[in-house]
Each structure stands twice: as structure tokens, then as C-alpha cells.
Design a protein around this ligand. Sequence first.
Ligand SMILES: [Zn+2]
Length: 303
Amino acid sequence: MRVLVSDFGGLRVKWGIFEEGELVERGITDSSSISDPQKFKLFLNRFSFDRFVLGFAGLIKEGTILHAPNHPRWEGYNLYRVFSEYDLLVDNDANLFTLGEAIYGAGKGKRFVLGVTLGTGVGGGLVIDGEIVRGAGGLGMEIGHITIGMEGPPCNCGSYGCAESYLGGVYFVERASRLFLRHGRSAPKSMKHLEEAARIGVSLARSLWEEYGRYLGILVASLINIFDPEVIVLGGGIAGAYDLFKENMFKEIRRRRVAYVLDTEIVPSALGPDAALWGGCYLVCGTEASPNKSPKGNSESQT
Ligand SMILES: [Zn+2]
């Protein structure tokens, strides 16, 4: 069986082709070139596959995209109807990330795994005994919209002070830019720029990552207090800066978690950008999927 898994994030679309549970080809493309479902259909024409798993960054109910702030032209579409010619399975991208990490990655061997994706937005997933927990209406685990600041900045969901409005890449870069400009420096354009600036010792950038760690610690402490998971796996583009924010994150967690919960592991993703691809593969291939098999024709192509 040939399976296409696509991880449709805020800025980038990752894809992988699996043959009999083995990753044989993968690539990444800019999501702005696939701004609506029709364009995505054209994009899919290049692949041949039997089954298709789509992990999408947005609120999805029974295949309908209810809210996707980074992809407004996708909102309202039912993907099972739009892509009816394919044997399709749609899920939230953070659910697939968490499933991939729970089965093959940093949560392997653990029964209760919570995933946090830190990218353009902030997503979450919960996997218990190898099953994704989605909530009564399929819309649970929107941890990016937990309020962590009562009078905090507006969030694109309509609320204020959501975790995403502090930790989402779009918001964080915006805040950093204002600060940099105020100090007479040119504004950083992305989280990657901010990471690079911190790594070469720009003190403004370093203090911003410390602040990032504090806000993330507040969120993670709440997640520990609610769920008491065995492990929390941090993923997404921003997780690469883990060493820049972890100290402050752990400090904040120690201050805020219930005192008796002492052994929650908090670790960065083990599968990196492939985590959601493996999660999607596991959904349709089950245990046949194995990242330990050596990927052949493994092209990280910029298409
Ligand atoms: Zn929100």
C-alpha cells in the first residue's frame, strides 16, 4: 500500500510517501502556493498513492474546516467532499504530531503522552494507549487558546491573552519587532532570525527567548496540573530553540505545578519535522509502519 501523508502547517506543507509502512520520499513546500483546496488538488496530481492522510492546522469537525486563521480560504470546506476521489483521512496536525511521537518518538513506550506544537500557532494533542483523544465533539486539546494572561493581547480566535498570542511565531515575532525597532535595531523577520540573533549573543534576542520560556512554562504547568501526563513532547519549528528557553520554562513549571506531580518528563521532539508524517502513517498502516527501516530515496526536496 502506498500512503501519502501531508502535514499542512501554518507556513509549510510537509509531505511523505510511505510504501508498506516505510518512508520512501518526502518533501516540503511553502503553504502560500497552496492557498485553497483547488490548488492543493493540482499539487496532489504529482503523486500516486492508495490512501491519503491530511493533518491540517485548524479546527476540524468531521472533515469540515471550521477555523483556520492561517488558511482562511480553506474555511467552510468539507475535505471529505472536496477530495472525494481519494481514500482520505483528515485530522488536526497536532494530533498527528503527538501520535507519531507517542508511537515512535519521544513518547515511545509511554501510555499517556501529551504533545505541544510550537509553530506559527500553538497546537496540542493527547494520546492515551496509542489512541488520539479528541474530546466529545472532536475539537478538544486546543491548548493554544488556554488563557494565560487575563488582559493579554488579542488572539485570532477572538479571545484575549491566549497562550498562542504569546507563544505563536506570528505574535512573538511581532512583539520582538516592536522591541527591536524601539532599540534602533532592524526588526527580526522570523523566529529563525530571532534564534540566530540569540545564538550570536544579541542580548535583546536572548531576553525574548527567556520571556518565551516563562510563558511556555505557565502553559506547560497548567497542562501538568490538568492531565498529569507521563511525558510532554515539544515540537514545531520553534522547538529547535529549546536550549534557549528551557531554563526559564522549567523554572516557571516548578513554581506553578501541583507540588506532588514531580516526574512529568518534558522533552523536545525525537522525530522532528517527520513526527506528524509518522503519526499519519500509523493511523492507516498501524504497526506495519516503522521509522527504523532505512528511508530510501530520502529527499528533503524544496519543491
Ligand atoms: Zn485564542
